[in-house]
Ligand binder design. Structure first.
Ligand SMILES: CC(C)(COP(=O)(O)OP(=O)(O)OC[C@H]1O[C@@H](n2cnc3c(N)ncnc32)[C@H](O)[C@@H]1OP(=O)(O)O)[C@@H](O)C(=O)NCCC(=O)NCCS
Length: 305
């Protein structure tokens, strides 16, 4: 396909369903030959697509050929932090400059000094080369853990010890606390993303206080996805994760998943103790420069840091 046949426009809410199909075909295009698990035809991404469109519409772009979407991309800006959430090109449209053009278009709106970051699959040399040649270099591995949660993981018989940490259910009233924790741990705030997570059904979260002061938070999906999780102290993150695993086990979840930045040794320790295993090839966190305290943070997913 020649690049000349392609037109570009901003994404619209009505694009959500087709965007999922492009996402799935693009990923399966390299996962299948590598013998990896394929993305199933179960679209659970529309709400996230619409959330990004609502807050970062100028960074959501679609590429079309004769009116049919062949690729799309989205990025978010939170303070001085730009994050590429999506870039997907149908296999038959790849290698013609469409990905590079979309990447250029979604760069808009970030301050010149902003950190630029994304998460990729180590299996994908094309995307990793595309981003690295534009200054986003691999900074950390992201280790995918999965498996059945064990109740009271790491503690013989019963609930994990919380020490002086006091958990409370996460509600919108805690948004100022989440903002302060994100600023301390990541260096930027993303209240709109927490509002979205808390308003979406199927999630649970906890704020953890010590002597009344908010020191950590954890969000998880009731389908088993753990993250984002942030803690002012690396040692508390382990306690928080043991608590989350016990909560999910008590709810009867058969499988949990989490992506752990390599510097987060405490989280790895907790998941090994709990009997989880690596479930896929590692991801890579790419960034134009280092940011945040990744020894005390677990991202939500590849697309929503
Ligand atoms: C990664 C992806 C978005 C790139 O889009 P694309 O339209 O195929 O890429 P382009 O034609 O714009 O080429 C981009 C760069 O990759 C290089 N490239 C393209 N195809 C390549 C290939 N098969 N092998 C090596 N390099 C390749 C190009 O030379 C170009 O380099 P440059 O612009 O730095 O000079 C696309 O292949 C894709 O959707 N892959 C599957 C899903 C995926 O991995 N998405 C990324 C998620 S992080």
């Amino acid at each position: 396909m020649t690049a000349a046949a392609i037109t570009y426009r901003r994404a619209l809410p009505a694009d959500a369903g087709r965007a999922f199909q492009v996402y799935r075909a693009a990923l399966n295009g390299y996962l299948a030959p590598a013998g990896q698990d394929l993305v199933p035809d179960e679209n659970d991404r529309d709400a996230g697509f619409l959330h990004t469109l609502r807050h970062d519409g100028e960074r959501c772009w679609v590429a079309e050929r004769q009116g049919d979407m062949v690729a799309w991309s989205s990025a978010i800006v939170r303070d001085d932090w730009w994050f590429l959430s999506s870039l997907f090109v149908l296999p038959e449209a790849q290698g013609a400059g469409v990905g590079a053009e979309l990447l250029e278009r979604v760069r808009t709106g970030a301050p010149a000094h902003a950190v630029r970051a994304t998460i990729t699959d180590t299996l994908q040399p094309v995307s990793n080369t595309l981003y690295a040649r534009r200054g986003m270099l691999p900074r950390e591995a992201l280790l995918g853990f999965a498996g059945p949660p064990r109740s009271g993981a790491g503690r013989a018989g019963g609930r994990p010890r919380l020490g002086t940490l006091e958990p409370e259910p996460l509600t919108a009233a805690a948004l100022p606390d989440l903002r302060a924790l994100d600023l301390a741990v990541l260096g930027f705030e993303r209240t709109v993303d927490h509002q979205f997570s808390l308003s979406e059904g199927g999630r649970r979260g906890w704020l953890f206080r010590r002597a009344g002061r908010a020191v950590a938070y954890a969000l998880c999906h009731l389908t088993g996805g753990i993250g984002p999780v942030a803690s002012l102290r690396a040692a508390d993150l382990e306690t928080v994760l043991r608590f989350v695993l016990a909560e999910l086990a008590a709810r009867g979840l058969e499988r949990v998943k989490a992506g752990v930045p390599a510097p987060c040794a405490g989280a790895q320790r907790v998941f090994w103790e709990a009997g989880l295993v690596y479930d896929a090839t590692p991801g890579l966190l790419l960034a134009s420069r280092p940011f945040g305290r990744l020894d005390r943070y677990l991202p939500a997913s590849y697309g929503m840091f």
